[in-house]
Every structure is written in structure tokens, then in C-alpha cells.
Design a protein around this ligand. Structure first.
Ligand code: CP
Length: 327
């Protein structure tokens, strides 16, 4: 999978998954994102790195955070941005997704941010994209959500930069979560070895060892002394039947509640990729409490997506990016 993501010189060509993404490249993305943080809060100030480029947001699944922050990121980089209204596109007349890609390429697209319900869809688009076109996976099925993972580790690094000594607990529907998989791969590459996943049996990964995590149904044991606690939404759209009916007292047993979090480090960062389901996997008090960085994650998504697009466009030197900024 890594091959399709990198060019012959090891530079980022497409972004499909964090699995196998070299540590140096992840660090480069995070460093570049750091250089963009001041630009995020300055809408009038544009960085000209993507001037003349066209970015298509092609979302076959709903989104609030990812789609909007890709749009903001591309605009901050001076790109032209098209948000495809897939629900009202010619897909409804039977057009194949690849034919949609070829059609938009013919209009001059340079970068696609693509969300799709099918595992592997982003790689399929990348395999068929024109040589000058880049595909960024904005979430494909339960497979991967690499920019979410990068903004997660970016947010962690800003608060707790010592990845090797972190205790990370991920609570909830890990099995169906593309975010969990991508964030686990990124954390492991950055050196984190203590990653626990917590949930009822049917939400735990089939092979935790292969994923490099420990797994438990015991929330209190899993959260013990955790420095980072990430909650996950139940991915109902990828599960048949009423899961909650099968898991008694889900909120009390697996929710990020004050009682459960009392077992974590008392300075633990509370994270969640969103959207949250209040009263299911997290309480509103915790989601917007002092230890929560959930809205920071959202905001950091702009800088991280700017970094990914700038690097894909071949603008790699964060120092010159700053120097080239203009009002
Ligand atoms: N975290 C995330 O992907 O959120 P959206 O579905 O709102 O984009």
C-alpha cells in the first residue's frame, strides 16, 4: 500500500493510509502543519502554495468536519475548491464512480479529497487517477482515515510530545472505526507501544496483536493511568441490527463518564474524532470539559490538511512556506 502513496523519491504522492507511512514523512507532515497553525486563524491571509490548483471534495458519505476543513485548508492555500454535491450528481443516473473521477479530471482537477463507504475505495481511485492528479483518502469504509489520524497525533504532540512514554486508551467501537485503525498505525510508527483498546467483545478488533494493541472489555483496567483517552462513536452505518440492545448499560460501562475516567491519569487528554453521540459514548460535560481537546482536534484538521496538500503539491519546505505567505 505504501508504494502507491509515495513517488520514486519517497515523497507523498497520494495519501491513502497511515499504515506503513514512514516515520520521517509523518514527522514532516506534522512539522509542516505546525508552520501553518498561525495561518489557520487568519482568513484574510492566504498562502499561495496551491494557487492555480483545483481541489475537488468528492464525498460519497456525509461529513461535517472533514469536508469543511479540507475546503478551508484548500482555500487558505489559494486553491480553487469545488464541493461536489454527490447526492445530486449523475451518479443517480448510474454513472460509475471512476467515470465521475475521469469526468472531474477532464475539468482540470489536481487534488481530490474523497470519502467513500467502501473499504479500499481511495486506493482504487488512486490506481486510476491521471499522473498529475493526487487522491487524499478522507475516509473509506472501516479501512482508513489518514488525515484524521494525523490531526490526532498532531494534537497529541502539541500537548504530550513524548510518544514513546504515552499510555493511550481507545474506547468504543474499534472494530468498525477507520479512525482507530489509522490513529493506532500512526501512534505505533511514532513510537507509542502502550495502546489499549476497550469495548464490548463485538467492538474489539479480531486480532489485537496484529494491530499492536492490547484489548480488554474491562473499562477500568483499560483506562488505568491512561494519558490519552479517545472515545469512539458506534459506527451504526456499518453494523447490522441494534447493537445497543445487545450491550446492556453501554454508557455506564464504556462511556467516557466521570466515574470511568477517574481510573485514568487525572491530567489525561480527552479526545474524540467526532461526531459525538451525547449520552452514549461520552457525556457533554466531558466532551466540553477542561481536559477535552476535541475542538482542538477539529481546528488542527485545517493545518494538517493544509500540510498534506502542500506536500503533495511538492511544496515541502515549511520555512519557505512561511516566507512566501502574503496578506
Ligand atoms: N471525524 C470525522 O471524520 O468527522 P466528519 O464525519 O464530520 O467528517
Amino acid at each position: 500500500m505504501t508504494d502507491i502513496q509515495l513517488d520514486a523519491d519517497g515523497r507523498l504522492r497520494h495519501l491513502i493510509t497511515t499504515q506503513g507511512l514512514p516515520r520521517a514523512l509523518i514527522s514532516q507532515i506534522l512539522d509542516t502543519a505546525e508552520s501553518f497553525v498561525p495561518e489557520v486563524g487568519r482568513p484574510a491571509r492566504k498562502v499561495p502554495l496551491l494557487r492555480g490548483k483545483t481541489v475537488f471534495n468528492l464525498f460519497f458519505e456525509n461529513s461535517t468536519r472533514t469536508r469543511t476543513t479540507f475546503e478551508l485548508a484548500a482555500k487558505r492555500l489559494s486553491a480553487d475548491v469545488i464541493n461536489m454535491d454527490v447526492a445530486h450528481s449523475s451518479r443517480s443516473k448510474g454513472e460509475d464512480d471512476l467515470d465521475t473521477l475521469f469526468t472531474l479530471q477532464a475539468m482540470g482537477a489536481d487534488i481530490f479529497a474523497i470519502r467513500h463507504p467502501d473499504n479500499g475505495a481511495a486506493a482504487r481511485f488512486a490506481e486510476h487517477a491521471a499522473p498529475h492528479v493526487a487522491i487524499i483518502n478522507a475516509g473509506d469504509g472501516s479501512h482508513a482515515h489518514p488525515t484524521q489520524a494525523l490531526l490526532d497525533v498532531f494534537t497529541i504532540r502539541r500537548h504530550r510530545p513524548d510518544f514513546a512514554n504515552l499510555r493511550v486508551a481507545i474506547v468504543g467501537d474499534v472494530a468498525h472505526s477507520r479512525v482507530a485503525h489509522s490513529t493506532i498505525y500512526a501512534l505505533r510508527t511514532l513510537g507509542t507501544t502502550d495502546i489499549r483498546v476497550i469495548g464490548p467483545e463485538l467492538f474489539l478488533p479480531a486480532d489485537p496483536q496484529a494491530l499492536g494493541v492490547s484489548a480488554t472489555t474491562d473499562t477500568h483496567a483499560g483506562l488505568d493511568s491512561a494519558d490519552i483517552v479517545m472515545g469512539l462513536r458506534i459506527q451504526r452505518e456499518r453494523i447490522e441490527g441494534d447493537i445497543l440492545a445487545e450491550v446492556a448499560d453501554y454508557h455506564a460501562r464504556f462511556g467516557l463518564t466521570a466515574a470511568n475516567l477517574s481510573h485514568a491519569n487525572d491530567r489525561a487528554l480527552i479526545m474524540h474524532p467526532g461526531p459525538i453521540n451525547r449520552g452514549v459514548e461520552i457525556t457533554a460535560d466531558i466532551a466540553y470539559g477542561e481536559q477535552s481537546v476535541i475542538l482542538e482536534q477539529v481546528r488542527n484538521g485545517i493545518a494538517v490538511r493544509m500540510a498534506v496538500m502542500a506536500l503533495i503539491a511538492g511544496k515541502r519546505d515549511s520555512r519557505s512556506q512561511r516566507a512566501n505567505s502574503q496578506t
